[in-house]
Write a new protein. Structure first.
Length: 345
């Protein structure tokens, strides 16, 4: 039976999308580690290709990449895990000190003629709960990384498959040169985006860590990792990453320390986000603010905190796939923050 009504086709397609999303949510315990493995494999693919171009055997190239992955993820897991434990133990003390600093700030504001009730403000602001929320989100990500053996093993098989995949595609799509060209372009674009975005995020996290360590904020590595992860979320990610660090600086160092922390976050994100990243990334992969927000909600609901961290890369990949298909290109235009660029294509 052939479905002729265009409205019916859209209805069936939407129903299929809902079923797929529900299936992904049900299988999140399997899908999330696999997604992380795919992202890690894509990021490591250029290094492996470089080693193979230098005549390094495939198994040796993969072995080198695996050791680098284990070293990097293992170091991050140890540092963040230790910081999380210390941070959780220190939360009660931070909450008490926050009350003291808040009372001082309100007293200073009242001397300027502002009538602010300390009890009312304290009832609305609970820094311990907010900081605990960030700690729980990082703990959730750490829970995925504890299954490190499965993730790394999957990466190994993906890298082995990546060696043979181009040959298989050229044989399978021998008579579909246009489809093969589009697929090749899609893979190159996704790879370039993830590598550049990861590098820029690492630069952001490193700069934030150094700045917080210099001014004396506790757990600079923890907040640097937050900045690294949330840099994948444009527009609002840097703001979300800055909030707990600024609050902790306020508790520790007072108003001046909080101001210096906020200044550091603003400067790093201004330089990296508006100067360095556009120079290498270009502005052709932007998403509208509404799409960014909806992506956070949808992927966060499907995969939890890990889904929120990966929401923008996942949406970018979907957008690139839509761009590669002429029939669905209009959806990619609707998702883009700068649709004018499509006029020249």
């Amino acid at each position: 039976m052939v479905i002729r009504s265009k409205g019916t086709q859209w209805l069936v397609g939407f129903a299929a999308l809902i079923i797929i999303i529900a299936g992904l949510k049900s299988a999140s315990q399997i899908v999330v580690p696999f997604m992380l493995s795919v992202f890690i494999a894509i990021i490591c693919a250029p290094l492996m290709s470089s080693l193979r171009r230098k005549k390094v055997p495939t198994w040796v190239s993969i072995l080198i990449v695996v050791f680098l992955i284990l070293g990097g993820l293992g170091s991050i897991a140890l540092l963040v895990g230790s910081s999380l434990d210390d941070f959780s133990n220190a939360l009660p003390g931070y909450k008490e000190r926050f009350g003291t600093e808040l009372a001082k700030l309100i007293a200073q504001l009242n001397t300027l003629g502002l009538q602010i009730s300390y009890d009312q403000v304290k009832g609305y602001v609970d820094p311990a709960s907010l900081m605990q929320m960030f700690a729980n989100a990082l703990t959730s990500l750490g829970g995925v990384l504890t299954n490190l053996f499965l993730v790394v093993l999957t990466v190994v098989f993906l890298l082995f498959e990546a060696v043979e995949l181009p040959k298989k595609l050229h044989i399978a799509l021998d008579n579909a040169h246009r489809s093969l060209a589009r697929f090749d372009q899609f893979i190159v674009t996704v790879n370039r985006y993830l590598v550049i975005k990861t590098s820029v995020s690492a630069l952001t996290g490193g700069a934030i860590t150094i700045w917080l360590a210099v001014i004396g904020v506790d757990f600079p590595i923890l907040w640097g990792v937050c900045a690294f992860l949330l840099n994948f979320v444009p527009n609002i990610g840097s703001i979300i990453a800055a909030i707990p660090a600024i609050m902790l600086a306020f508790v520790q160092l007072g108003t001046l320390g909080a101001g210096l922390t906020a200044l550091g976050f603003a400067a790093v994100n201004l330089i990296v986000g508006n100067i360095i990243e556009p120079r290498y990334m270009g502005k052709g992969l932007g998403l509208s603010t509404l799409v960014v927000f909806l992506s956070l909600l949808v992927w966060g609901w499907v995969f939890g905190p890990v889904g929120m961290l990966l929401s923008i890369p996942l949406t970018i990949i979907v957008k690139l796939a839509l761009e590669a298909n002429p029939r669905l290109r209009w959806i990619a235009i609707m998702l883009d923050s700068n649709p004018e660029r499509y006029k020249s294509n």
